[in-house]
Design a binder for this molecule. Structure first.
Ligand SMILES: [Mn+2]
Length: 271
């Protein structure tokens, strides 16, 4: 029995299958953690989501920005963009089943026994673990609400860019979503700069990767995350496990075995 955390799949079903074969993943005994962005950009979004749905009892998935985008498009509150490759899901007879299942997945998962927390983009430095858990639950409640469409309508946007416990309503929820699913770099005072997607080396003056700021988060807990393929870090880097290794960009798909920290990476099979 093993638990494998898998990096951003982004619809790369062929590579996912190859990775699962390589690690001899057995859904009868093993478990999967997914860092989110399981769909979009790659050509096998439906196959990936369908597979995860089928083994949902063995899966923990935290939502990424692409997953939320699919949820919003399916709900009819956001347009399908030119670069989106998940029409196969929207047009499928199981679209409602798959998108509804995706919508009720968490933003954060914490496992005390494995000493690990997983989110899509990381942990905002001004949040301790208990704060991050509480804020994730606030948004999860909105996504699971009967009137989730009202929230999805106002999901998009970069403001507010700085956390404040007094933020209210949808501004508060939007910040929480952006921190958990879109964060890469920020100013030293904690202002998110969501438009920068490049490498750490090319980071403009005054901006820092989120994990370079002093953090309220307990540094002994492992943080498993993805979202930033352009950021190349050793696995682990201190207590951080950045396992987005750019599969959809022709690089690798990575699995991290949480019990012993062993890393398995396979070359992208998409091209
Ligand atoms: Mn992402």
């Amino acid at each position: 029995m093993a638990t494998y955390a898998i990096g951003d799949i982004q619809g790369c079903y062929k590579t996912l299958s190859y990775l699962l074969k390589t690690i001899a993943f057995n859904p009868k005994h093993d478990r999967l953690w997914l860092v989110g962005d399981v769909i979009n950009r790659g050509m096998g979004s439906l196959a990936v989501l369908n597979y995860l749905y089928d083994i949902q009892d063995r899966c923990v998935l935290v939502l990424g920005n692409h997953d939320l985008h699919l949820i919003a498009v399916f709900a009819g509150v956001a347009p399908l963009k030119k670069a989106d490759t998940f029409s196969d899901i929207l047009e499928h007879a199981k679209a409602n089943l798959l998108c509804t299942w995706l919508r009720v997945q968490p933003l954060l998962h914490y496992d005390h026994a494995l000493n690990a927390v997983m989110t899509h983009a990381g942990i905002y430095p001004l949040w301790a673990l208990n704060t991050a858990q509480r804020l994730a639950q606030e948004v999860e409640a909105l996504l699971r609400h009967e009137d989730h469409k009202s929230f999805l309508k106002v999901l998009y946007g970069n403001e507010p860019s700085l956390w404040n416990e007094n933020l209210k309503g949808y501004d508060r929820a939007r910040f929480i979503v952006n921190a958990f699913t879109r964060m890469r770099v920020m100013r030293s005072d904690g202002h998110l700069e969501l438009d920068y997607k490049g490498s750490v080396e090319n980071c403009p003056n005054g901006l820092l990767p989120w994990f370079k700021l002093p953090s309220l988060f307990n540094q002994n807990t492992r943080v498993i995350f993805g979202h930033w393929a352009q950021c190349i870090l050793p696995i682990p880097y201190q207590n951080l496990y950045l396992i987005d290794t750019g599969c959809v960009w022709g690089r690798q798909l990575t699995a991290l075995r949480l019990e012993d920290g062993k890393v398995f990476a396979v070359e992208s099979q998409e091209y």
